[in-house]
Design a protein around this ligand. Structure first.
Ligand code: BES
Ligand code: ZN
Ligand code: ZN
Length: 506
């Protein structure tokens, strides 16, 4: 992870390989930019005149300073109109700039925060500075653990150090806080991306359990892992059913974090941890099946959220539960038509072994009830249908409590990890009823609404407290954006941290 530090300095005097200057959208260079432009003999004015750079969101302009500034190079990055500025926009601009600086072979860079001193008063300044650190940290992610020879011969250039430069000396304390918070969040998101990027033959249920134990060892978290035997004792027939076709043993991983009085009911976060989803006997088509190593993204988000909560010492009680199993076809695998008895006592007719996420979650949601939770959130790459509905732009939220969904939406908008509500109408509940068991794991043909149907099934196990299901099949994985790489995005960690930070005040 990139090292981030701070300094107070002026843009004209600051020595660096690359000075990143966030610029609001304007007709011509203003404020600090005007002074810098004068030193550069009007180069920036010309760029504005030619419309090569006007400060529009994520626009960039890289200039060589030729000895006119102490900095070797100047990298302007647009942040759009000042009145519309948000931390999320800054995060994106900073990610864009950091990636360009790295591509330009710089080893270190400095981001000048002077423009925020004028437009962001009080805690907002810290928030904006933190967004610069977070955006750069999130954008500079590389997963190269499996690369060997080629890259050793010609290692790719990496930006190793970012300095946040404040104009005034009074900002030291607030910057220390903002950088520390950003580093903790970035580290948790990177950890989630790593877990998701590892192939199925590395990131097995046992690997997830070991990772959870490591998180617990380093923090005020306790970790408990239930194996097959314990699950059998608890009657977790649904989770065990999914894992039956695989040689990899399943795991139910529990992380407990108490940041406030123990008697206060916790928020329980439940994650789908299918470490590889072949579909089972209802086998998936071969093309693109490799991507199903990401089917434990809900688990990765759950574990990393717990890691971040503990690192940030949030004054909340949170339990993380991961239902981990591999979904394989095998001699002992469950078959279409098989009936499983879940921990709740409800029986499930498995009409499609590829709808396995809801099966593993059913038992994890029942297990969550022992914590008498204040609320339950589950995260799962549950349905391909959510990609049809929302693409990779938002996760679906489906739940029983409008106030909870509203708060999740607010956190989604603030962090850029957007959520969009899909309905949970009673017709969907009806469509989960089986002719010969209590429930069936897929609806009859023609019902449609795949994501809502998945949620309707989960609702039967979610308990009476407020509950929200977040379908992250689209957002967990995709093309690169300003601060997410191609592949695993680590979606959900920043959403949930924001949610929990604001939850306790409401
Ligand atoms: N893991 C998949 C969902 C998925 C699809 C995640 C694409 C990421 C990208 C899930 O287990 C699944 O296979 N769901 C089925 C459900 C169907 C059989 C009711 C689906 O979406 O097709
Ligand atoms: Zn599946
Ligand atoms: Zn799946």
């Amino acid at each position: 992870m990139i090292k981030i530090n701070q300094k107070s300095d002026s843009p004209l005097n600051h020595k660096t390989e690359c000075l990143i200057l966030p610029c609001p959208e304007e007709k011509k260079p203003g404020g600090t930019l005007k002074d810098v432009d004068t030193a550069l003999n009007g180069t920036i004015t010309t760029a504005f005149e030619n419309k090569r750079f006007e400060g529009k969101s994520n626009q960039t302009l890289l200039l060589s300073c030729n000895g006119n500034l102490k900095a070797d190079n100047l990298l302007l990055v647009g942040i759009g109109k000042t009145k519309d500025l948000t931390a999320e926009k800054i995060c994106k601009a900073s990610g864009t700039a950091a990636k360009l600086a790295e591509k330009s072979n710089f080893k270190s860079a400095s981001a000048y925060l002077g423009c925020f001193e004028k437009i962001a008063k009080g805690p907002r300044y810290g928030e904006f500075a933190g967004a610069v650190a977070e955006g750069a940290g999130l954008a500079l992610y590389h997963f190269d653990e499996y690369k060997s020879q080629d890259e050793k011969d010609a290692p790719p250039s990496r930006l190793q150090k970012l300095t946040l430069v404040a104009e005034s000396k009074t900002k030291t304390a607030i910057l220390t806080k903002s950088i520390d918070r950003a580093e903790k969040i970035v580290s948790a998101v990177h950890a989630a991306r790593n877990l998701i990027s590892h192939p199925g033959n590395t990131a097995t249920p046992t690997y997830l359990a070991d990772h959870a134990k490591k998180i617990a060892r380093k923090s005020k978290i306790t970790c408990k892992v239930l194996g097959k035997r314990e699950m059998e004792k608890l009657g977790m027939g649904a989770l065990l059913g999914v894992s039956r076709g695989s040689h990899e043993p399943p795991a139910l991983i529990v992380l407990e974090y108490f940041g406030t009085a123990k008697k206060k009911a916790p928020t329980v976060i439940v994650g789908k941890g299918v470490t590889f989803d072949t579909g089972g006997i209802s086998l998936k088509p071969g093309a693109g099946m490799d991507e199903m190593k990401m089917d434990m993204s809900g688990a990765a988000t759950t574990l990393s959220t717990l890691q971040a909560i503990a690192d940030l010492k949030l004054p909340v009680n949170v339990i993380g539960i991961v239902a981990a199993a591999e979904n394989m076809p095998g001699g002992s695998a469950i078959k279409p038509g098989d009936i499983l008895k879940s921990m709740s006592g409800k029986t499930i007719e498995v009409l499609n072994t590829d709808a396995e996420g809801r099966l593993v979650l059913a038992d994890a949601l029942t297990y969550a009830q022992r914590y008498k939770p204040k609320e339950v959130i589950d995260l799962a790459t549950l349905t391909g249908a959510v990609i049809m509905a929302l693409g990779h732009q938002a996760a679906a939220v489906i739940g029983t409590n409008p106030a909870m969904i509203k708060r999740l939406k607010e956190s989604g908008d603030a962090t850029g990890e957007r959520v969009w509500e899909l309905p949970l109408w009673e017709e969907f509940d009806k469509a989960t009823k089986s002719d010969i068991a209590d429930l069936k794991n897929i609806a009859s043909p023609g019902v449609g609404a795949g994501s809502s149907m998945g949620a309707a099934f989960l609702k039967a196990f979610a308990g009476d407290q407020p509950w929200t299901h977040i379908d992250i099949a689209g957002t967990a994985w995709g093309e690169a954006t300003a601060y997410t790489p191609k592949g695993a995005s680590g979606y959900g960690v920043r959403l949930l941290i924001h949610y929990l930070e604001h939850r306790r005040t409401k």
